[in-house]
Design a protein around this ligand. Sequence first.
Ligand code: AMP
Ligand code: MG
Length: 396
Amino acid sequence: MFSTIKPVQGTQTVALSDAVGRIVASNVVAPVNLPPFRASAMDGYALRKADLEQHPQATFRVVGESLAGHPFTGHIKNRECVRVFTGALVPDDCDQVYLQEQTDLLEDAVRFTGAMPEQSYIRGIGHDIVAGTLLSEPGHQLNAFDTGHLAAAGITDVVVQRKVRVGVFSTGDELVEPGTPPELLKAGQIYDSNRFTVVSLLARAPCEVTNYGALADNPEAVQTALKQASQACDVLITSGGVSVGDADFVTDAIASLGSLGFWRLNLKPGKPLAFGQIDKCYLFGLPGNPVSTIVTLLMVALPAISFMAGHPPEQPLCVNATLTSPISHAPGRMEFQRGIYTTHATGLEVAVTGDQSSNRLSTFSGANCFIEVPKTSGNLEIGSTVRVLPFNGLLG
Ligand code: AMP
Ligand code: MG
């Protein structure tokens, strides 16, 4: 997949306040030093170190004060000092800040009672950020920390990759829009849930989502809709209609309108997943069972969308945990079961969320991770060590 798909072209400039989640498109260089002046790291007194070394017992006259935002601009003479506070400018004459906790305060003077400090307690110019350094580079997905970092350097906007245009469909004659009163549901009908989870899971990804609604199980309708949407989108995501049933038309539609990259993965749930292309648009035909839809979206489609958005591929966060409930699994396919991990002094423990059938959205209730069951694995006993993929690592 990664060897087929290509990142989208095009950039835009966005305000820092809108930049979280976006992918940086050109180098961000610090225009200023931070701090831009020598700043005190402590509340205390600024003085000349040599002066104090020569007169350790002397009283030093306090000739002024320097507060954050209100610098002292004068000069000091021998046995003089300036009251300084954290973040305030340290006067040019001074090369030492002495902690206020180690002083005796007299009328308008102080005596320094502690040992000679081993450090200056002065933050040099550029102690945090040096002007001209690279704060962020292409491919990086901006996070909340970055916004503070860039704001601290006075940057207000960033050049980012344009968003990936993603169109979302569900398919199935049985689907009814939530909001339809339950008494109006006809026999065999269910509410469409996949489009809601898919659209919501895409909300944090660097993409612009168009919700195209539900498609009927009709080959012409599926083809017409996919063809049309493929002209407007970089990626289309459908759910349902990719299995081997008589009403499964998505795979054929992709193959006849464009090309099928692969169909079916050795994955549980999610086996019928189809991936293909119509002109420049990539298609993910996700399986319809709601759990399969989510697993394939998170594990396959989202990483692809992130790559198209300009983010280099990366492995999801995964940690070891001890099973506190047994897992039943027959060797053959890799499986992602839904679990709840808890943190203990001895490490992580994880339990499965009950019957793991792929139609059961309730397996996601309270779940905070996938439990990865290797394809060669058989049943796993309580006490086994398993790999866990926390959802917060998968959601970006
Ligand atoms: P399919 O692959 O189309 O046969 O769908 C597999 C199962 O998933 C069937 O039980 C469908 O009713 C169900 N399903 C398909 N799409 C949706 C959807 N959008 N919302 C809820 N269930 C769905
Ligand atoms: Mg269907």
